[in-house]
Design a protein around this ligand. Sequence first.
Ligand code: SF4
Length: 590
Amino acid sequence: MLNINEIGINAMIHARDHKTPYLIDPWDYLGPKRRKLLDGSWAGLFREHILSELPVHKIASCYTEGFGRPTKEIYAALGALILQQMHDLTDEETVSQFSFNLQWHYALDIPGESDEAKYLCAKTLWTLRQLVAQKGLDRELFTVTTETLAKVFGVDTSRQRIDSVHIRSNMRRLGRICIFSQSIHNFLVNLKRQRRAIFETIEQELIDRYLTEKALGCFSLVKPSESARTLEEVSRDLFSLVERFRGNKQVISLNTFGALLRVLKDQCDVSETGEMTVKTPKEIASSSLQNPSDPDAGYDAHKGQGYQVQVMETYCASSDESIKDRTLNLITHVEVESAHVSDVHALIPALESTKERGLVPREVLADSLYGSDENRQTARELGVEVISPVMGAPKDETLSLADFPQTDKGMIAACPQGHVPVKIKRGKNNAISVGFASEHCGVCPHQKRCPVKPGKKRHYLRCNLKALRIAERRAGEHTPEFKDKYRWRAGIESTMSEMDKTTGIKHLRVRGLSAVGYCARLKAVGVNLFRAARVKRALDALRTVPGTALSGIGAIIWVVKERFLNPGCRFRNIFGQVTENDPYAFSIAA
Ligand code: SF4
């Protein structure tokens, strides 16, 4: 790993030391009121706590040490990537904000007025973003900022909640016919460019039907009455292309041919005799290709095509508004997955990830999909209690295991009529047989509704340990303790709404799992910063003495400062302009 001092020495890699304070503050030209506004905003927070923690060492290793043009100041450029996602900006808008926005300059600590300091071209931004995404540094940026904010605000991570939100990438929604036609089009374009000789062997009719954009547009105008026939035709065309080039090494190496194979597998059945039939819509898996331009996107029956983001955050279990204002609800985990993936798989990776970073909860609130019995058992091994309702509901007219009271050790204590079991036997694979006296069950009015069934000597309730655990949870869902704890879960819905309103997470400008993950993680950093700035303002307000009017000595100090110190500031400003291109000369070396 490169050392910050080593980077500073290297002329090609430009990274300033943002930890050492200035000898003369270059931001002193700002009046106290504007300075206070900046310090209380996300910009002040970013400058004070985040900027110097950015993992520039990892990105610096991508640049050649003694060759090429010097880089942009890497801390500021990396910070700009976060601010871009935080404010949901295009590259052009980001360049504009980087060049002219005082809040950005303050946050990124760019006091100079030269183009070298305050200009970042769109190409540089794009290249840096590619580097960050390739090296997975978006995860590092999220980790570093989360850990820093947790430390600065003393965040209590013992209570957290988790949920997912559906997001859409920059992908058009395609019907089945268009998935076939677009995949064939992409393949022909690719073949024409990469394997011209092979392309020329393809029939002109097929090329006319799929190669041009105009011809492709016809497939989106197919009438409903003709859609079945058209679907049959396009699937046959795709199948014929796959069969034709299946053994051709030059063609199968093309990515677009891989897409043809995937569409064929997703949408059609091919028998052993080589007969191809189109699958019915119900037979198509939710993991099937939704659009060849975004092969990672999946399908969710309720929410549609795209991705989902798993978000875990801390929460404040208090209804007192003043306590809420002073508590930072920190997003501690963000993970992006295809929309078809079930939430049941998200909980344990989230707990493991937060455990690695020292942010693991003791108690996590989640909806029923996350709270499977297996997840609860694994979470318990990690020292985490999962609080979630049980999936499904028993039929009202029948008695269920949840109606049988249990002992502290999770064993049946009595039946719904209050009769104690006569015998309890544990078998293989955690099977349990609980015997009740037949003289009670035989005359019981609930006999028809009860899961206990008559046996040779007694009436028996047969189940296993897992079913008992679930029954105990189901019974516990109606207790006031559970309701009081679980009510805080719903608050994460407002986090999802906040993420969308402030950072536009639900409609992204990018495609592909890696790019979508990059955006989601940096937008979560943005939400954390916005929240932290709000908390900081609330804490600062608490520290201010009530009654804003200055009196006595305070008023005299204020008058002296305004009258005599401001000209001094103006002098420094004049002096500062002379040295604007070399503001770092005033910072003390680390
Ligand atoms: S049938 Fe037997 S076990 Fe079931 S409620 Fe009646 S007495 Fe209890």
